[in-house]
Design a protein around this ligand. Structure first.
Ligand code: ADP
Ligand code: MG
Length: 475
């Protein structure tokens, strides 16, 4: 029997079918057509770019395993994107993309001599058993500046990122600390800086790593008595990007080693980029000496994008996916999902998926159902304004009184309670809470939180206030 694209693909499908959920198989594999087989390369046709991205994101491993089984180690997969009559596509078009094998190792960056010259220098990225692995930047090329839409909410951080990328280590933004809430684009921007630097300076060693992975590597290094190798490895990097440094909270060993690495890089004019979900003043359990380093460069905040920016983010995403959607639907989604770009995109992806797989038209009603799911799943964040209103109502005063400069005890207490709940129920920084509750500074807010803690454990009446207001805020 001769080997054809169809027969190879059928065998792959059999294997895949046994290994994933039937629903997922139906959704993601049944619509694929095998179109061509040349040497070791199988071309498959998928219905949209979104479809291709989804496969690469979620099923690249199983595709690789099954294809290797059929065609050997040098097997290649090529996607052909063909859009036919799905809702809203402009023209049917095709585009060929080779499987990126995300997660596998791309050879670039520097060569670490593993066995010859300096056998003691180990690369923490080496997977045991695989030799001669090079340092990979671990960058996601899809996170580019081009795709990171500009708005008032991110202008400072984005421009600083561009400046750093143009002259890594050569600006006063070193380190560049990008901070902001969940889903606002910290990781995206951090990657974009790295991707742009690799583009402009291919010889530079760029490394992106999450603080969590960094910590894990450090723990492993200590276990294996490789602490020095670990430090040494990080000290040869030109651009070090560490994501979510708040993860280092309370981890003194890792903070200590990072401190040394940071100093070495900084002294040698190397660029450090950090992200965090908090401003430096609000980071807890991070050593002072490290915090003071964080403040050497620039801290730039990513804020919630305004409506216009949300709309342009969605339009850009749809454009990249080659999908058209009526403006009123885009606007509906942008109006209702405000504080998290990831969810904004998630809602749109669900909409596209729903419509293209169930062959439903994208309507406002469908949008409503999907948005509702997203909004329901994310616990609504109470606003600081709302907290002030609830607290003032509870004490039968108006918000102006609560915010006033008076030292009258019951008013001071109400104000402190408002600050305490703002800290507890919102992601706002101490400084931002202070500025919204009567223009106080972050130290005042911190003091208020401590006072409320103390009083509620010593004063019964006060504890009752806390409990009552808590209840009002959580319904
Ligand atoms: P964070 O790390 O802050 O939690 P991410 O960087 O993971 O957030 O961003 C979440 C999603 O939102 C990503 O898919 C990212 O591409 C997208 N995103 C965030 N901000 C923007 C923006 N300004 N333009 C385009 N996409 C954005
Ligand atoms: Mg992130």
């Amino acid at each position: 029997m001769s080997v054809t694209a169809q027969s190879v693909w059928n065998n792959c499908l059999e294997f895949i079918k046994d290994n994933i959920q039937p629903q997922a198989y139906k959704t993601w594999f049944e619509p694929i057509k095998a179109v061509k087989l040349t040497d070791n390369s199988l071309s498959i046709q998928v219905p949209s770019k979104f479809f291709y991205e989804w496969l690469e994101e979620h099923y690249v491993k199983i595709l690789k395993v099954s294809l290797t089984k059929e065609l050997g180690e040098s097997a290649k997969l090529v996607y052909i994107i063909k859009m036919e009559n799905t809702y809203g596509n402009k023209q049917p078009f095709t585009e060929k993309i080779p499987s990126s094998n995300r997660g596998a190792v791309k050879s670039q960056d520097v060569d670490i001599p593993l066995n010859n010259k300096s056998p003691e220098l180990r690369n923490p990225f080496v997977i045991p058993g695989i030799r001669n692995v090079k340092i990979e930047s671990q960058l996601n090329p899809n996170y580019s500046f081009e795709n990171f839409l500009e708005g008032d909410s991110n202008r400072l951080a984005r421009s600083a990122g561009l400046a750093v990328a143009a002259k890594p280590g050569g600006t006063s933004f070193n380190p560049l600390l990008i901070f902001g809430g969940v889903g606002l684009g910290k990781t995206h921007l951090a990657h974009a800086i790295g991707v742009d630097i690799k583009d402009k300076y291919p010889e530079k060693t760029v490394l992106y790593i999450s603080a969590e992975k960094f910590t894990q590597q450090y723990i492993d290094a200590v276990k294996k008595n490789n602490r020095n190798d670990f430090i040494h490895f990080y000290q040869i990097i030109d651009v070090l990007i560490i994501d979510d440094v708040q993860f280092l909270s309370g981890k003194t060993g890792t903070q200590d080693v990072f401190f040394h690495i940071f100093n070495h890089l900084h002294q040698n004019g190397k660029q450090v980029v950090l992200t965090s979900d908090k401003a430096p003043v609000d980071m807890q359990d991070i050593e002072q000496r490290l915090l003071s380093r964080f403040k050497w460069g620039l801290s730039a905040e990513l804020q919630n994008p305004d409506f216009e920016t949300r709309v342009s983010i969605l339009k850009n995403k749809l454009y990249r996916d080659g999908v058209e959607m009526p403006d009123d639907i885009i606007e509906y989604v942008a109006k209702n999902i405000k504080t998290n770009v990831r969810e904004l995109e998630g809602a749109i992806i669900s909409l596209i998926a729903q419509s293209s797989f169930n062959k439903k038209e994208i309507t406002l009603d469908l949008a409503r159902i999907i948005v509702e799911k997203f909004v329901k799943n994310t616990k609504r964040e109470v606003s600081i304004d709302y907290i002030q209103k609830v607290v003032s109502d509870y004490f039968q005063m108006d918000v102006d009184t609560l915010q006033s400069k008076t030292r009258k005890r019951h008013i001071v207490q109400a104000r402190q309670l408002a600050m305490f709940f703002a800290k507890k129920f919102t992601k706002a920084s101490l400084a931002s809470i202070g500025s919204q509750i009567g223009k106080r500074d972050h130290a005042t807010v911190l003091h208020a939180c401590k006072t409320v803690d103390n009083l509620s454990s010593t004063d019964k009446q006060f504890r009752k206030y806390v409990e009552d207001i808590s209840k009002k805020l959580s319904v």
